[in-house]
Design a protein around this ligand. Structure first.
Ligand SMILES: Nc1ncnc2c1ncn2[C@@H]1O[C@H](COP(=O)(O)OP(=O)(O)OP(=O)(O)O)[C@@H](O)[C@H]1O
Ligand SMILES: [Mg+2]
Length: 253
């Protein structure tokens, strides 16, 4: 099972003028085997949703619930949420100077599995994941994301997804800044992950291109802190042509 259920989620961000509400009642259910895409204008709160679900301390959940397979995440630490099966690829991946990609993933994998991966086979696991994403083997020894190009960071997130193999993956603009071939490569990585069956994917994107390769089962329009419309893949094609005007007008009225 890999079911992510978000119910009535309200989230504030701390500003210098006090708390400001960004998420205004998000409801979203991703069932096992589904790929959901969220599209929405800049500043509508998509990344806030991703961060709040993952447990970033800057975002305060004021009400609502986030569950993976019946386990409530909102009271858990970031690590505990990861242990419950959640993975977040951030819009702006964080650099971790001094920690090699291989060691970082080994520590994360050990925490998730409750036992360390075998020393003998570990380098092969990393090498194979890097090769699939067409990243040079030297990335294994490089500090996490440090000095990586924009596209290399995004490919690196898929390496992490591949190695950690969580229940539910939230991928925030994983397709931004990728070259033409890399979009396909990243999409194939997502498809490989989803094809295991008992996995859930939430893909936040501005572009229909990645959705053509990943075949989302559901597409949601996100405006002003909540989901305002849901449909199938055709909804993303409609947005590509018409933009968000209709939804923004409805939100204002
Ligand atoms: N510290 C802060 N003070 C004021 N506003 C903030 C603060 N942090 C975040 N916000 C606002 O929260 C809103 C939601 O931001 P968020 O990053 O979630 O948007 P997004 O939908 O991911 O946009 P994009 O498509 O550009 O990535 C934005 O309007 C942003 O300016
Ligand atoms: Mg964002």
């Amino acid at each position: 099972m890999a079911e992510l259920v978000i119910t009535g989620l309200h989230v504030d961000v701390e500003t210098e003028h006090g708390p400001k509400e960004i998420l205004k009642g998000v409801n979203l259910t991703i069932r096992t085997g589904e790929i959901h895409a969220i599209m929405g204008p800049n500043g509508s709160g998509k990344s806030t949703l991703a961060y709040a679900v993952a447990g970033h301390p800057k975002y305060m959940i004021t009400s609502g619930s986030v569950m993976i397979d019946g386990v409530e995440l909102t009271e858990l630490s970031v690590d505990e949420r990861a242990k419950a099966g959640l993975f977040l690829a951030m819009q702006y991946p964080v650099e971790v100077p001094g920690v090699s990609t291989s060691n970082f993933l080994r520590t994360a994998k050990t925490a998730l599995d409750g036992e360390a991966p075998k020393v003998r086979t570990w380098p092969k696991v990393i090498a194979s994941a890097l090769e699939t994403m067409e990243l040079d083997p030297s990335f294994s020894g490089r500090s996490v994301n440090e000095g990586f190009s924009g596209g290399e960071k995004k490919r690196g997130e898929i390496v992490q997804l591949d190695v950690l193999n969580p229940k539910v993956a939230i991928l925030d603009e994983i397709d931004s800044g990728l070259d033409i071939d890399a979009v396909r490569m990243v999409a194939e990585g997502i498809n490989r992950y989803a094809a295991q069956g008992d996995r859930g994917v939430l893909l936040i994107t501005h572009y229909t291109r990645i959705l053509r390769y990943t075949e989302p089962t559901h597409v949601h329009v996100f405006v002003d802190g909540h989901v305002v419309a849901s449909g199938g893949k055709e909804l993303s094609e409609e947005l590509e042509i018409d933009g968000y005007d209709k939804y923004l007008k409805a939100a204002r009225s």
